[in-house]
Design a protein around this ligand. Structure first.
Ligand code: ASP
Length: 326
């Protein structure tokens, strides 16, 4: 009998070098712990891995601390474009949506695509129309906006107008006499996305990923988060994976599937397969970030090649474990 377990992430990135406030750090850890406990409760009640990851990602989307749903980052045009995906390891069914700006919980839309359509991936207006038809909650795009994210966009546009987010660092801001972000991970460098992976008592695994993308991204740009195989993958034969990081490189490395493929074809253990992708392969093309993974036996791996990653796991019957730094 497998001890069910859920793991979540809230994005990876560089540590904020200044004004790191213990209160803010605690806020992140508390949010992670609360959401882990909710996912764990689904599993403890005999719920499926699929239901546990759906619930955890829905809560992460609703939490403004993380870059997905409410609190999503802005595009260069000051708009939001949200992406999400989900995969059921028992059946290999999957669903994904990209480029939506009025669905309160993109992960629920991805799940509807998986369960109620014969397709896997919907984008833009078609995705929104599909979700509306299936009764999902629609919100005004301003629902996703937070002051913190707007300031972040303006800061990035002012400092590095051509960059989409990643090379901005808190230290540089301080050097220029500007206030540094007080989040534990540098909000401007944070490769935000949220995700969850789980295995249930039946040995079924599932994964879900959701994101606002990267700050100042070009309109229409889509990263790895909604791409099955890149940002999300699950198969009972191997494992479930959700990624966070520089999406373009994760797409080129087919990162999530690579972990499963190593396990399936070479018998590589989960931890080693995940480590290779994050530490050996992604850096060869400048890929930064991390991933969370569980295998069908209940092993957990949470590797990242950045300074930190908001992450945690919770086994049924044990207290949740949440962390940020190495
Ligand atoms: N991977 C996401 C993307 O490229 C962003 C992130 O995880 O920070 O859209």
């Amino acid at each position: 009998m497998i001890q069910p377990v859920i793991a979540i992430h809230g994005g990876a990135g560089a540590m904020s070098r200044a004004a790191m406030s213990p209160e803010k750090e605690q806020e992140y850890l508390s949010a992670l712990t609360r959401i882990l406990a909710a996912g764990q409760a689904v599993l403890a009640a005999g719920g499926s891995a699929l239901d546990a990851v759906t619930e955890a990602v829905r809560l992460l989307e609703d939490c403004p601390l993380f870059n997905a749903g409410h609190g999503a980052v802005f595009t260069s045009a000051g708009t939001h474009e949200l992406d999400a995906s989900i995969m059921d390891g028992a059946t290999l069914r999957s669903g994904a949506i990209a480029n939506v700006d009025c669905l309160r919980n993109p992960v629920l839309a991805a799940r509807k695509v998986m369960e109620e359509s014969k397709h896997v991936f919907f984008v833009g207006e078609g995705a929104e129309a599909f979700a509306r038809e299936h009764g999902l909650e629609v919100v005004d795009p301003s629902y996703f906006s937070t002051e913190a994210r707007r300031e972040q966009l303006l800061r990035v546009q002012r400092e590095t107008p051509d960059a989409a987010v990643l090379d901005h660092d808190g230290q540089a801001l301080v050097a220029r006499g500007q206030p540094a972000p007080a989040d534990p991970l540098d909000a401007d460098k944070k490769l935000g996305t949220v995700g969850a992976v789980a295995v249930d008592a039946q040995g079924n695994v599932a994964a879900a990923t959701s994101t606002g993308g990267i700050t100042n991204k070009q309109v229409g740009r889509v990263g790895d988060a909604p791409m099955i195989g890149a940002g999300c993958y699950a198969s009972n034969r191997t494992c479930a994976v959700s990624t966070t990081g520089t999406g373009e490189m994760f797409i080129r490395m087919v990162a999530a599937y690579d972990v499963a493929a190593q396990m399936e074809y070479c018998g590589t253990p989960l931890a080693e397969a995940a480590r290779r992708v994050v530490e050996d392969k992604l850096p060869t093309i400048g890929g930064k970030g991390g991933l969370i993974a569980v295998d069908a036996q209940g092993n957990v791996a949470l590797p990242f090649n950045t300074e930190g990653m908001y992450r945690g796991y919770a086994r049924v019957g044990e207290p949740p474990v949440a962390s940020i730094y190495r």
